[in-house]
Design a protein around this ligand. Structure first.
Ligand code: UFG
Length: 331
C-alpha cells in the first residue's frame, strides 16, 4: 500500500476520498490551504497547510511523507464566478495543476488521479455525454479543468506520468456514516441550498425556468460523493494506464431537473421548500448527464447510490446534525 498525498483533502470531495483511501488501507497526507477546506474534516492523517501553487512546498511534502501517488482536488469550483473572474480560475486551477505536476516530477512521483468535471464538455451536442463527446467548455471553470487534462496527456507522453482524470457530473450527498458532509461558504450548490430553504433559510432561487427541458429547469446528473470517492480509490489501485492519460466520466446516467430536486428535498425532509423565480445563471448548460460505461467496464465502478431521494437523505442527515457545518473555515 502506498502513501497518497491528497490536495484539497480538507474539502468536500477530497475529505470523502481520504476516508475511502484509509478504508482501502492506504496511508494519506492531506495538503490544503484551508481557504475553503476545514481542519475538522481532516481526521487521523497529517495535514500540511499550503497553497497548491507553491511547488516547492508540495515537493517537500511529497518527499517528507514518501508519497508515491497524488490525488489532486484543490481548486476553485464555481461556474458562475469563473465567468466573472476567469483570471482567478486559470491561476488557481491551471497554475495550481501545473505546480502539482512540477512537484511530482521533481519528487519522482508518477501517479495522479485528477478531479475533473463534466464542465469540460460545454453545451452537449448529444446526450448522454460519453468521454468521446467534443470538449468545448463554455466557462472558465471548465476551461481550466480541460487545460490541466491536456497537460496530463502531454506529460504522460514526454515524462511517463500515469494519470486518470475523473470528470464528475454533480457531486452530491454526504458520508453515509454522518462523519463528513458539504460545507461551502458561500454555499452555491442546489441540494444544500434547497435543504437550507426547507429548514427556514432564504427561499431557493430557481435560476431559469424557460430552458428547453421538460419542466423548463436545468437537468443535472447527481452522483453521490461516496461513490465519487470510491471511484478515486479504484483509479488509484488500477494497473498503471500504460497509455499515459485516461479520462472517465462519473455519473449515474439519470438526469434530474431543478424542480425534481426540490420535490425530492420536500419528500425527504417532510417540509416545503419555498422558491423564487430568478434569471438564468451565466455559464449553465441546460442538460448534463453522463454515459459512464467506460469506468464500469475498465474499473468495475458503478454508483451504489442511484436514487435521488437516497442521495438527498444523506445530505439532509448531515445538514440536520451539523447545522453549522464544520465550524469556521479558518483556525
Ligand atoms: N440552481 C438553482 N438555484 C440555486 C443553485 C443552483 O436553480 O440556488 C440550479 C443551477 O442553475 C443548475 C442546477 O441547479 O441548473 C445545479 O447547480 P449547482 O450549482 O448545484 O451545480 P452546477 O451544475 O452548476 O455545478 C456543478 C459543480 C461544478 C461542476 C458542474 C458541472 O459545482 O463544479 O457541476 O456541471 F463543474
Amino acid at each position: 500500500m502506498s502513501t497518497v498525498l491528497v490536495t484539497g483533502g480538507a474539502g468536500y470531495i477530497g475529505s470523502h476520498a481520504v476516508k475511502a483511501l484509509r478504508a482501502a488501507g492506504h496511508a494519506v497526507v492531506v495538503y490544503d490551504d484551508l481557504s475553503a477546506g476545514h481542519r475538522a474534516a481532516v481526521r487521523g492523517v497529517p495535514l500540511v497547510e499550503g497553497d497548491v501553487r507553491d511547488a516547492a512546498r508540495l515537493e517537500a511534502a511529497l518527499r517528507r511523507h514518501g508519497a508515491s501517488a497524488v490525488m489532486h482536488f484543490a481548486g476553485l469550483l464555481s461556474v458562475e464566478e469563473s465567468v466573472r473572474e476567469p483570471a482567478r480560475y486559470y491561476d488557481h486551477n491551471v497554475r495550481g495543476g501545473l505546480s502539482v505536476l512540477d512537484a511530482m516530477r521533481a519528487a519522482g512521483v508518477d501517479r495522479l488521479v485528477l478531479s475533473s468535471s463534466c464542465a469540460v464538455y460545454g453545451n452537449p451536442v448529444a446526450t448522454p455525454i460519453d468521454e468521446n463527446h467534443p470538449t468545448d467548455p463554455i466557462n472558465a471553470y471548465g476551461g481550466s479543468k480541460l487545460a490541466v487534462e491536456r497537460a496530463l496527456r502531454d506529460y504522460g507522453r514526454a515524462y511517463g506520468l500515469q494519470s486518470i482524470a475523473l470528470r464528475y457530473f454533480n457531486a452530491a450527498g454526504a458520508d453515509p456514516d454522518g462523519d463528513l458532509g458539504e460545507d461551502h461558504d458561500p454555499e452555491i450548490h442546489l441540494i444544500p441550498r434547497a435543504l437550507d430553504a426547507a429548514r427556514g433559510g432564504a427561499p431557493l432561487r430557481v435560476f431559469g425556468d424557460d430552458y428547453p427541458t421538460p419542466d423548463g429547469t436545468c437537468q443535472r446528473d447527481y452522483v453521490h460523493v461516496a461513490d465519487i470517492a470510491e471511484a478515486h480509490v479504484r483509479a488509484l489501485d488500477a494497473p498503471a494506464p500504460g497509455d499515459g492519460a485516461r479520462v472517465y466520466n462519473l455519473g449515474t446516467g439519470t438526469p434530474h431537473s431543478v424542480r425534481e430536486v426540490i420535490r425530492s428535498v420536500e419528500r425527504v425532509t417532510g417540509r416545503r421548500v419555498p422558491v423564487e423565480a430568478a434569471p438564468r445563471r451565466a455559464g449553465d448548460p441546460p442538460v448534463l448527464f453522463a454515459a459512464a460505461g467506460r469506468i464500469e467496464r475498465d474499473l468495475d465502478w458503478r454508483p451504489a447510490h442511484t436514487a435521488l431521494d437516497d442521495i438527498v437523505a444523506t445530505a439532509w442527515r448531515w445538514h440536520e446534525r451539523h447545522p453549522e457545518g464544520f465550524g469556521p473555515t479558518t483556525p
